[in-house]
Design a protein around this ligand. Sequence first.
Ligand SMILES: NC(=O)c1ccc[n+]([C@@H]2O[C@H](COP(=O)([O-])OP(=O)(O)OC[C@H]3O[C@@H](n4cnc5c(N)ncnc54)[C@H](OP(=O)(O)O)[C@@H]3O)[C@@H](O)[C@H]2O)c1
Length: 280
Amino acid sequence: MAANVINGEQVARGVREKLKAEVASLKKEKKKPPGLAIIVVKSPFSRVHVARLKERTCHQLGINCKIYYLPETTTDEEIIFLIERLNASREIHGINIHPLTPHLNHTLVSQLVDPRKDVEGLHFLNMGNFLMGDFHMVPFVARGIMKVIESTGESLEGKRAVIVGRSQLVGKPIAFLLLHQNATVSICHSQTPDLALFTKNADILVVAAGHPHTINKNMVKEGAMVIDVGVNQVGTHLIGDVDFEDVEKIAGWITPVPGGVGPVTIAMLLDNLVKAARTL
Ligand SMILES: NC(=O)c1ccc[n+]([C@@H]2O[C@H](COP(=O)([O-])OP(=O)(O)OC[C@H]3O[C@@H](n4cnc5c(N)ncnc54)[C@H](OP(=O)(O)O)[C@@H]3O)[C@@H](O)[C@H]2O)c1
């Protein structure tokens, strides 16, 4: 039987509706809207279309959004200068830095964001609090993935969860959230020998490797929930890390790409922004 396909756009719509009301009441209370700054250093990695989508969503919700486009030749010092300005701005409550080119030090610049404006949840203070069990500012991609999983109504209690990918942005935080829900978690990566040995035993399989065709039907347990976080540009198309048509035949639940995790992560970024704006 074909898997239940999780409609991420529908999940995101639910989050956005709630957020719209919260933004309206926050505006009344603070006499100004929440403000998001997105830093995009132009390069093939920078996902400009996603920045525009975030900007459009902000406008629909009554949130101020400004995208700072910087040239490919930008230096660490120039980004740091911009971050310092945004840290000091009373109109900006959250800063989102899009993936940088390898000549820039993403770890360094993201640690210079005021932790109160760290809506990505990647500042070491927020990450540290998160690992200690304080969930005030949780990495937004992991929050999006959890929201998608929760939308199925399936319990995670006692389930075996396998994550493919161990990045700070996706793999590690989602592992911790799943653990918190009493799943038993394994994290796989590029050095894992025999990936299928792990994935085949997963009740919940979260894939964030960043490579198409990482997971096929032979690597998935019948009835498993398969969450595809990967976004890969192939020609003019976006595809995930999972062979959707193949795996759909055997999984119990599956997310499509596009239209799965992506819209929900944007909604959760804005949810983090509203949280930040409330406390600033
Ligand atoms: N939908 C969304 O909202 C959203 C948000 C963020 C990211 N993404 C997408 O999610 C994907 C992952 O993003 P990321 O930032 O986590 O990427 P990343 O930093 O490049 O990390 C990729 C991880 O996958 C592992 N990996 C790569 N190839 C593998 C393989 N064949 N088998 C097992 N593990 C493998 C790597 O292992 P090593 O550590 O050993 O190198 C690494 O830990 C990308 O496609 C990205 O575009 C989507």
